[in-house]
Design a binder for this molecule. Structure first.
Ligand code: 5AD
Ligand code: SF4
Length: 445
């Protein structure tokens, strides 16, 4: 179809951001125009998240609006749905209800141009929820800006009982190392300063092919290309080996930041979640990390109100929080997801109990975040300023340990990497002043 004007809308995690960028690049290469608003578009594609009920509800309400738009428009208007929800039976039912034209599961997004042009030309639906190896062969062009994501591995081989991801993204498949290194080289040539390596479980990289490096060696190989700042998400404690800890400690570009989801502090709950480890094992990993990385900034994911979680179990999560002293945490209320083992086998608990526990956990998190953030006051950090000014007084960035940082506007001359001194802390961020710009966009590290 001539005059294809596509608006992409993204929900969910960084993997989805990466996939949206990939799809945008494919569509642009096939001649479509990417537009900023639904009003300008004749094809709207929603990249969906299915991990909890809330993002699914958001997608449904958006699709409702798009269906209305489609009915009211005098000219052709198409709706696309891609990503995690599009891989699931639940998603296909939703797509049917809202008259979705293109549906591509997370493992089929390489078909986007084919799907969009077929639908626009023949006005026939194109649905595919399959998983294909071709999806890993695409290399998206560098995005604009100083930070970029690179997918290492798709899917997950764990079977946490609450989680839809193994169904939405399939089993673990590592991308070819040559492809990853080529992608990183292109990013560096385009002036990218910070690379975030992505996967549901990056620690397992290479396990599916003996000829591939493991994650520890891949970190070294990527850093050796000259990446100034290297990060990775997300990790599973069972796969966070001593080799990986050593690789992080040896690789200056990685910094001392780890996101290590714990989910619960109670052995009973961990077992029901099928997390494969006990509290003590998690604490031992943390101790080892802290020994290797004395300035470690450690963040985590926690689910409250998992079925059968008693007050005592929840107290164990609170006590684990104190024992570790996390710098920050993403905290979630348990959300029963269709098709998952926990939703099928265990009854959900009353919402009031879950909400009340979440509030107590948030209080705990704020206390610790303030304490931990205050320990950075007076210290010198490197802050990556991506560009946008927060307001007249402050500019937003983040440091090598991934703290959000506000820098006084005076002293920041534009996007780039700055040496800065931290002067204040809140539970949510650090505030400071830039001392010098270390790197401007376009300069090689
Ligand atoms: N309910 C609540 N939180 C969940 N997560 C995954 N599945 C669920 C669910 N069903 C959380 C976990 C995971 C993060 C990405 O989302 O904490 O680490
Ligand atoms: Fe889901 Fe568990 Fe895999 Fe993470 S490790 S994606 S929580 S199944």
């Amino acid at each position: 179809m001539k005059d294809l004007r596509v608006k992409l809308i993204t929900y969910g995690c960084q993997m989805n951001e990466y996939d949206t960028h990939l799809v945008a690049s494919e569509l642009a290469a096939s001649g479509a125009a990417l537009v900023e608003t639904v009003a300008e578009a004749n094809f709207v594609i929603v990249n969906t998240c299915a991990v909890r009920g809330k993002p699914v509800d958001k997608v449904k309400s958006l699709l409702g609006n798009l269906r209305k738009e489609k009915r009211e428009r005098k000219t052709p208007f198409f709706i696309g749905m891609m990503g995690c929800l599009a891989s699931l039976q639940e998603g296909r039912l939703i797509a049917e209800k809202f008259g979705v034209d293109v549906l591509l599961g997370a493992g089929a997004i390489h078909k986007i141009s084919e799907a969009v042009s077929k639908v626009a030309r023949e006005n026939e639906a194109f649905w595919d929820s399959g998983f294909y190896p071709e999806v890993d062969e695409l290399i998206p062009p560098p995005p604009r800006g100083l930070s970029a994501f690179v997918t290492l591995i798709r899917g997950c081989d764990h079977h946490c009982t609450y989680c839809v991801v193994p169904s939405t993204r399939g089993p673990e498949i590592s991308r070819r190392p040559g492809l990853i290194l080529k992608e990183v080289e292109r990013l560096l040539a385009a002036g990218v300063v910070e690379v975030t390596l992505l996967g549901q479980n990056v620690n397992s990289y290479g396990k599916d092919d003996p000829s591939y490096p493991d994650f520890a060696d891949l970190i070294r190989q990527v850093a050796a290309l000259g990446v100034r700042r290297l990060r990775f998400v997300t990790s599973h404690p069972m796969n966070f080996s001593d080799r990986i800890i050593s690789a992080i400690a040896e690789t200056a570009a990685v910094g001392q930041y780890v996101h290590l989801p714990v989910q619960s502090g109670s052995d009973k709950v961990l077992k029901r979640m099928a997390r494969e480890y006990r509290r003590d094992y998690y604490l031992e990993r943390v101790e080892k990390l802290r020994r290797a990385l004395p300035d470690l900034v450690l963040t985590t994911d926690i689910i409250v109100g998992f079925p059968g979680e008693s007050e005592e179990d929840f107290q164990e999560t609170l006590s684990l929080y104190d024992e570790v002293g996390f710098d920050s945490a993403y905290m979630f209320i348990y959300s029963p997801r269709p098709g998952t083992a926990s939703a099928e086998n265990f009854p959900d608990m009353p919402r009031e109990v879950k909400v009340e526990r979440l509030q107590r956990l948030i209080e705990k998190q704020k206390e610790w975040s303030l304490k931990r953030n205050r320990s950075w006051v007076g210290r010198s950090v490197e802050v990556l300023v991506r560009g946008v000014a927060k307001d007249d007084a402050w500019v937003e960035g983040h440091d090598q340990s991934n703290h959000p940082v506000l820098l006084e506007r005076e002293g920041v001359s534009g996007p780039g990497l700055y040496r800065a001194t931290i002067e204040q802390a809140t539970p949510h961020l650090l505030l400071g002043r830039a001392n010098e710009r270390l790197l401007a966009p376009g300069e090689r590290a």
